[in-house]
Design a binder for this molecule. Structure first.
Ligand code: HEC
Ligand code: CU
Length: 476
């Protein structure tokens, strides 16, 4: 990977000028260090690993921007940001570097802001030195003494509100010996958001201070938006690539039980420190804390990032996807088999003490008709999310009964069952932006369940045969 850090003549000149003016005494103190301007990229990307072997004077230009944008599809919110993004732009320096941080508070902003970096050794982490009103620039220089992954955040009163509006990011201070080589790196931060309206209530939403004080977030999000890491924004990797994720929690209040469904972390540099633990399922990340997780996807499909405090994931937005490409590896991860119980099996496994109770559902009996099979498949695989009555959960799981979305193209729904789906959709006028995992079902079961949904739940016709599902599978 090319090292994108550049020596900048202009920065050298500026630094020299500032030093002459006595504006930044620390700049003059170490004139021998090469000056490097920190490259700033939007998350989930971050600057490349550091390859230099000696200390540098790193200039970071962070711009505070107050921006209105979508927090969820159709829901807008005014974020306060470091560099226009939530989380703020990733800073990457080396242990022993001198960091010259310029904070620019744009003239169109409404409020004073500052920055407290947990990588700083000294009171306030730079908060006092950088507190400025709109239309000003503050410069603060510090030495990165200790390696680690650190949170930075705004520390202007009310601090909880500035952080709740998105004012946090990560700074990686790489150890002197550098970091182990990996194939892919990503930058993800979790934060809790408090809006006056409910989860996914449409329109421009105001901040709700009382909800923040009560620690009752409306949203718990990865990278500042519901859907920032799903659908077209999903992260990607190839099977057997080593993936490193720099993960942090901005808060202000909610910690994360960070977990990626479908993988085991090879290494977790817990709390963003020097030591790592191996073979970890879930790592606890405090508010204002971090972890570096490394893992190696082995089989194709979607891995799902969640806060394993699960209603935050499935009801407040803390969900992301990493889509993995590669050949199937049935010896590691098989397709599995699902089928309705036969009468013979039921007779074998049901205790004899319960002699054929009258209310035993005949739907799972032997030789099910296509209809009964479709219902059995539905009950076993779809009802958990779409609900037993197929009416869904408003805003979370769309209805399959009387679904205008389904009725428009019933045939194509087999694609959704085969491949899964994420991103936004509107069903019966209600917006959804969830993640439906691909269903491991055979061709007969998929055709049966789609025909069942079409005929029994949508007053339609049978729409496809198992052979057609097989063709769709081939084209996938
Ligand atoms: C883990 C939860 C989950 C399971 C299990 C699940 N779905 Fe879904 N399904 C969803 C979500 C969430 C969406 C909306 C996806 C989006 O926003 O892109 C969805 C969307 C759909 C849609 C399109 C929208 C609509 O309402 O018409 C169809 C059709 C569908 N699912 C069928 C099925 C079928 C059939 C099964 C069982 C074989 C199933 N789903 C199992 C969560 C689930
Ligand atoms: Cu602020």
């Amino acid at each position: 990977m090319k090292n994108k850090f550049k020596l900048s003549a202009a920065t050298l000149a500026t630094s020299a000028l500032l030093a002459m003016m006595g504006a930044t005494a620390a700049v003059a103190a170490e004139p021998e260090l090469p000056v490097i301007t920190q490259e700033l990229v939007a998350p989930p990307q971050l600057p490349p690993p550091i390859t230099r072997k000696t200390a540098a004077h790193v200039v970071v230009n962070l711009t505070v921007e107050e921006v209105e944008r979508e927090i969820a599809p159709g829901t807008r919110y005014t974020f306060w940001t470091f560099g226009g993004t939530v989380p703020g732009k990733f800073i990457r320096v080396r242990e022993g570097d001198t960091v010259e941080l310029h904070l620019l508070n744009l003239p169109d902003n409404k409020l004073p802001h500052n920055i407290d970096l947990h990588a700083v050794t000294g009171p306030g982490g730079g908060a006092a030195q950088t507190l400025i009103a709109p239309g000003n620039e503050a410069t603060f220089t510090f030495k990165a003494l200790q390696s680690g992954l650190y949170v930075y955040h705004c520390a202007t009163a009310p601090v909880g509100m500035h952080v709740a509006n998105g004012m946090y990011g990560l700074i990686m201070v790489e150890p002197k010996e550098g970091m182990e080589k990996v194939d892919k790196e990503y930058y993800v931060m979790q934060g809790d958001f408090y809006t006056e309206g409910n989860y996914r209530a449409p329109g421009l939403q105001n901040f709700d201070m009382q909800k923040a004080i009560d620690e009752k977030p409306t949203y718990v999000l990865f990278n500042g938006a519901d859907g920032a890491l799903t659908g077209a924004n999903s992260l990607t990797a190839k099977a057997n690539e080593k993936v490193r994720m720099f993960f942090g929690v901005g808060g202000p209040n909610i910690t994360s039980s960070f977990h990626i469904i479908g993988t085991i972390f090879d290494k977790v540099y817990f709390e963003g420190g020097t030591k790592y633990q191996e073979n970890v399922q879930t790592t606890m990340v405090p508010a204002g804390g971090s972890a570096i997780v490394e893992f190696t996807p082995r089989v194709p499909g979607n891995l799902t990032l969640v806060d394993h405090s699960l209603t935050r994931a499935f009801n407040k937005g803390a969900i992301g996807l990493l889509s993995v490409n590669g050949p199937d590896k049935p010896e590691i991860y098989s397709k599995g088999i699902k089928k309705p119980l036969t009468a013979a099996t039921i007779a074998k496994v049901a205790p004899a003490a319960k002699p054929a109770a009258k209310d035993t559902k005949p739907a799972v009996a032997a030789a099910p008709t296509v209809h009964a099979r479709g219902k059995a498949v539905f009950d076993a695989n779809c009802a958990v999310c779409h609900q037993a009555d197929a009416k869904g959960v408003a805003g979370v799981f769309p209805p399959l009964a009387h679904s205008d979305f389904f009725q428009q193209r019933p045939y194509e729904m087999a694609h959704i069952v085969l491949n899964g789906r994420s991103g936004t959709m509107v069903v019966n006028g209600q917006k959804y932006n969830g993640v439906m995992p691909a269903q491991d079902l055979n061709d007969e079961d998929i055709s049966a369940v789609i025909n069942y949904i079409s005929v029994e739940l949508n007053e339609g016709q049978p729409v496809l045969t198992p052979e057609q599902v097989r063709d769709m599978r081939k084209k996938r």
